[in-house]
Design a protein. Sequence first.
Length: 379
Amino acid sequence: MKRSCSLLLILLVFCGLVFSISSCSSSTAVMGTPVKELNLTEGKGVVTEVASQANREEVAQLSRVKKNEVFREIAGVSEYRIGPLDVLEINSYIGDKMSTTSVTVNSRGTISYSFIDDLEAVGLTPSELDREITEGLSSYIRNPRIDVLVKEFNSKSAMVLGEFASLRTTNYIQAGSGRISLKGRTTLLDLIAEARGYTTDADIKNTKLIRGGQAYLINLFDIIEKGDLTQNVIIDDGDTVEIPELPEFGERVYVLGEVLKQGIYPLKDAEDLLAAISLAGSFTRYAKEENTLVMRGYGPDKEPLVMMSDLNALLREADLGQNVNLEDGDLVYVPRMRIGDVNDWVENMRPILDIILWPGELGRYYFDEDALFAVGGGN
């Protein structure tokens, strides 16, 4: 079964459990992680942050390179590095007359021109090859004047996969092969432009760069919308860039408990706690809004990060520090009673959490009237 289960099923199950779960809670203080202490938390949330920070640092390094297999900076100018099968245009000047010769770099990486045979060209830039030819011709011609240009770029390329516009057939455009020729210093945004952009179904926050057997995650949204150029990596020869399709129902958050409209809401409309509560129609009169919980990173047999937010302070005292920024898969829960022990609350909630967040676990449970019972280990 897909992760997205029926909202009606979720709400029916939740309504059957909410009172029994609430009755397991006491009136003592909530032991969740206060939002203002989140940076001091040890555990899953911090581990996830460290891992993503390490990835961002690696990606940032890839955005600052001054040379790779495709280009090299010379005197602050990026120049293409010549490779096999590139076609060069060599212009020679005698007085005010110019003669032009097209030369293809052979598979061994050499060219022959005029009096010069088997001149190594691979890895050189046009200006460097210009100097090599000029020096070689100086033995035969007084003060030779040479210009070297790349006419056809055939040796360097990158592959694009997934939700790129160039890979989609329309009434007017045939789908491309996914191979993009590299003609010099090329950033990730340059490559995407060459591929005619991405589709409306693209999950741009989870763009993947694959290089030399290693994968890097890149948030393209941050580059475009926030100007985070540290993620705008420089593309190298042989790179693969994949933009996956959005999940069937997109990124979402779950709002349950003492709100007027429990349900699943798009993350783009509920990017923070206040927006999520607003979409859910605010609180019921039974809500303990000062003990609102945000649960993140839940999985079967995994311990989630549970944050506690005082929405009373947010709404009545403008304490913006309580307004948690939400992430895909977060669950917001507004309790009816103060929760004595968050660990007990998570354990009591596991049946509903498994069905909402991991519906593949549904086989472990069955329904009996209004109650839900664990049968354990069912296939």
